[in-house]
Design a protein around this ligand. Structure first.
Ligand SMILES: Nc1ncnc2c1ncn2[C@@H]1O[C@H](COP(=O)(O)OP(=O)(O)O)[C@@H](O)[C@H]1O
Ligand SMILES: [Mg+2]
Length: 308
């Protein structure tokens, strides 16, 4: 659905995208994950024909991005980081307006609008001004508006930023349903959890470069295995454990020792046996497998946003 090679974009002497390559199969969810300012919106703007790239090539749904702009526009829908919802119009009027812009007949426009209001649980609110909607309702309307033209590819630029956890989960559910209908999703997010939950493939974007790409599992395998966190009741036990194991990062304030380990039953049993032999008592133990946070931290040296 999307292939891109060497996409570049600069503003003045600031390089925003520094050679982006993408290959996204139809019917999948692709997530571009990165912190604020990484270049996510710029990538979406280029791939959705809103701004031209300075270099590189791309095809969308088989159409050359630079030469077949109208064909590309017919195939896609975009929900921006900032909503396209007109707050003075009702939900229904917003949808009818888009139907008009997409040159649907009055009858088809009404039919599509009714269908989308139903699907996005906006029937009761259809005749209220969108400005009176909750944040979650406005996002739903925004996505409904994107779907008026039956796009094969939808760009969702940070669709859940600023939403409360419940609305965020609702949005995730909606995205999954879209894919079930065969639509391809290009989703940008700052939230690792969101990419982990939704995406078939994830690319990590940092300062305009893709620093890693793969399934969540593949990305997690990029960094060394997890660790086991042991907690003790006193400093004496902590020191004895360090001595017995000959490894680990101690935190004397928290009375914990972080020991590298993959969390397998065998490695945990080994560890506890070695402590037992020396008579060291462990108060608590937890196994930590690497998550995308660890991957991002390891590859970029910075933390991303965490979800509430
Ligand atoms: N129109 C513009 N003019 C100048 N700089 C821009 C413009 N658009 C984006 N940038 C810069 O490009 C970088 C990437 O921006 P953006 O693509 O919006 O990142 P993200 O969506 O990942 O937060 C930022 O440093 C931003 O300030
Ligand atoms: Mg952005």
């Amino acid at each position: 659905m999307i292939t891109a090679t060497g996409l570049r974009k600069s503003y003045g002497d600031k390089v925003v995208l520094d050679g982006i390559d993408l290959s996204i199969p139809e019917g999948t969810i692709f997530s571009l994950l990165g912190p604020n300012g990484a270049g996510k919106t710029t990538t979406v703007q280029i791939l959705s024909t809103l701004i031209p790239a300075d270099g590189g090539t791309a095809t969308i749904a088989g159409h050359d991005l630079a030469r077949r702009t109208d064909d590309v526009r017919d195939a896609i829908g975009v929900t921006g980081q900032y909503s396209a919802v007109d707050k003075l119009l009702t939900g229904e009027e917003n949808l009818l307006l888009i139907a008009d812009l997409k040159h649907l007949s009055r009858r088809d426009g009404r039919k599509k609008t009714a269908e989308l209001l139903e699907r996005f649980d906006l029937v009761d609110a259809a005749n209220k001004p969108a400005g009176a909607y909750s944040g979650g309702m406005q996002r739903r309307l925004d996505i409904a508006m994107t779907l008026v033209g039956d796009p094969r590819l939808i760009f969702l630029d940070e669709p859940t930023t600023g939403l409360d956890p419940r609305s965020r989960r609702g949005m995730w559910q909606m995205v999954r349903e879209l894919v079930r209908d065969g639509v391809t999703i290009f989703l940008t997010t700052q939230y690792l959890e969101e990419a982990d939950e939704l995406a078939d493939r994830i690319a990590l974007l940092d300062h305009g470069k893709l620093i890693a790409e793969g399934t969540a599992e593949e990305l997690k395998r990029l960094i060394p295995g997890g660790h086991i966190l042991l907690t003790f009741t006193d400093t004496g036990s902590l020191d004895a454990a360090r001595f017995a194991l000959g490894a680990g990062v101690p935190d004397p304030d928290a009375l914990t020792l972080q020991v590298p380990g993959d969390g397998s039953v065998r490695s945990v049993r080994d560890l506890l046996n070695r402590l037992d032999e020396r008579g060291v008592a462990v108060a608590e133990m937890s196994v930590h497998t690497p998550d995308l946070d660890d991957v991002f931290l390891t590859l970029t040296g910075q933390k991303t946003e965490t979800t509430a």
